[in-house]
Write a protein of this length. Structure first.
Length: 347
């Protein structure tokens, strides 16, 4: 009984130690349903089950570079836009693990009374300023439709949303699940012109890490990867629960209705019928390379180290359970000898 209790005690102790591995996930925006899969992985214990204590950090909106926290080692994992490929080409050792959104959620929003129905209708129109880092696909969509984007009038003011409602803008860059909701709540009719509908298929909300993290802790990366996808599957299968957890624990400033709208808008982007969760393909990354002006030979140089693939380390790594068994064995030897010696004396 003493030996059995010792074994159980050591196993529990070692499991508790293993569960203390702390990692940080840096989001690309403030808390909302957009990141619900990570919240569910944490709250349902999926991270804990694989020995990870995960801190989920919202973005600091005063810092325009969404990649800096991971690049500087302040976070082991991050969620970024498709511009991560350009970051990799420019020398940042990022590794793309899984695109949670299979399509870009960025669209142009125009008023319902506008004469803009297709990308080709943007000629001589007034548009909001577009970030070439995280929504390059919006301008690419116009260019491929024959619009000379350099001739467009670009609004550089502080409040493009107000300028749009006051008819000082013809089209505004929006995130599919955010600004359209706000306009609908205000009773302002509108329509969206989105890249996906015109054959520009790019990834978004890409889970990523660094080569250093992958080289030094490949099993940690794999455990985080698997638990995160499990969290996303759970969130998609239990939408009401995921919305409630997001609203109560992470985004109390947003209403349940607002988060439900966001979830409804994004669900087809997260798990479309023809694609598995987090799927990546070389052809799609080649398209993204084209959008960012990256030559295909440059892409070929980095693709093997850029796209995540788990490789189990060749050297044997001792697990905590194995270490516990070894400790118990060492302790058991003198106990066994003592027991045998006592029996001999009794006889």
């Amino acid at each position: 009984m003493l030996l059995k209790g010792l074994i159980l005690g050591l196993c529990c102790f070692c499991c508790q130690i293993a569960a203390q591995e702390s990692v940080t996930l840096q989001l690309k925006w403030t808390h909302q349903f957009q990141f619900a899969g990570y919240y569910m992985a944490k709250e349902k214990g999926f991270y804990k089950d694989v020995g990870l204590d995960v801190t989920i950090k919202p973005a600091d909106l005063t810092i325009p570079d969404a990649f800096s926290a991971v690049a500087n080692g302040q976070a082991e994992f991050g969620v970024g836009h498709s511009g991560i490929l350009k970051e990799r080409i420019n020398g940042q050792p990022f590794v793309a693990m899984a695109p949670i959104l299979q399509y870009s959620p960025y669209c142009w929003m125009v008023r319902d009374t506008s004469d803009i129905f297709h990308p080709r209708d943007f000629v001589n129109k007034r548009i909001s300023k577009v970030s070439h880092n995280d929504s390059n696909e919006l301008m690419a969509m116009l260019t491929r439709s024959g619009v000379n984007t350099r001739l467009l009038s670009v609004y550089n003011g502080d409040n493009p949303s107000q300028a749009w409602t006051e008819n000082r803008l013809d089209a505004m860059q929006v995130y599919l699940s955010t600004e359209p909701y706000n306009m609908t709540q205000r009773g302002i009719s509108h329509r969206l012109i989105c890249p996906q509908r015109y054959g520009i298929d790019v990834y978004a909300d890409i889970l990523y890490t660094t080569r250093k993290m992958l080289n030094t802790s490949p099993e940690t990366v794999e455990r985080f990867y698997q638990a995160s996808l499990k969290g996303w599957r759970y969130a998609m299968m239990n939408m009401d629960e995921a919305i409630a957890v997001t609203q109560i624990l992470y985004a109390p400033n947003k209403s349940f209705h607002e988060l439900a709208y966001e979830a409804e808008m994004l669900k087809e982007y997260i798990m479309p019928a023809t694609t598995s969760l987090g799927h990546m393909s070389i052809p799609k990354w080649r398209l993204i390379a084209d959008l960012y002006g990256i030559h295909q030979t440059e892409f070929d140089k980095v693709k093997a180290s850029f796209i995540y693939k788990y490789q189990r380390p060749e050297q044997m790594e001792l697990s905590w359970m194995l270490i516990a068994a070894m400790i118990v064995s060492v302790i058991s030897i003198p106990l066994y000898l003592r027991l045998m010696f006592s029996k001999k004396i009794t006889v």
